[in-house]
Design a binder for this molecule. Sequence first.
Ligand code: NAI
Length: 246
Amino acid sequence: MTKRVAVITGGASGIGRETCLKFARKGDRVVVADFNEAAGNETAEMIRSNNGEAIFIKTDVSKYEDVTRLIEKTVEEYGRIDIMFNNAGIGSSTPVLDMNMETYHKIIDINQHGVAYGIIEAGKKMKELNIKGVIINTTSVYGILASPSTFAYHATKGAVNMMTKSAALELAPYGIRVVGIAPGVVDTAIIQSYRDHGIIDSMKAKVMGNKLTQPEQLANAVYLLSLEEADAINGSVVMADEGYAS
Ligand code: NAI
């Protein structure tokens, strides 16, 4: 049986790393993509040392040529691409009136353009190779609910939601699904700044059970979405937020 090949951006840490480990445990070949070379290689090594198959490809998702190269090298190495998980992202906690353009563009470049490049390049390659694959994009409850001080982040996640729906419409004729997954508050490095500002308790209080979601839980949800049995889920943004309420 042909093994599936999963490309996972942001695979060096948090949700991305756990998703790499999950897919590998399930027997998929994994391409770990991240701009953090040391930690990205570590994820791939963790998989290989457990008899899984993985390579690391250094990728800055905010650079179109890096994402193009990522997809080309994946196919060179493994011959196909079945799953593209556009997950790399950064947080932001700058109030709108304090925003400088460097910060603003950095967030848009990574969280929005990085996902766009992944959808475009993986979609083209799946179509070319006639693979009925799935593209999964990490969005956020903040793609739907507004909160103060996360102006640019909201913009990117709202954009990811609509890119997901739009691309799904266009790729459906080729049997390629495009799905969004929206976490609430996950216990990863990205929420460290909130922890530092002492607002983590108020974030937890918005979640059922007053707890942080663990990255493994998100990895499980992403895996379920990748399965053929989930083929009715297309163009949707699936909430994986444990009932996060504003
Ligand atoms: P994380 O900080 O643990 O992981 C993010 C990964 O993305 C890191 O490995 C980092 O090196 C990588 N990355 C950042 N910029 C990159 C770039 N330009 N090119 C390549 N890789 C890059 O954080 P986490 O939580 O695992 O974040 C994953 C996704 O989940 C992000 O898109 C984030 O917005 C989203 N998310 C996270 C939530 C949370 O509460 N942790 C809630 C909602 C969404």
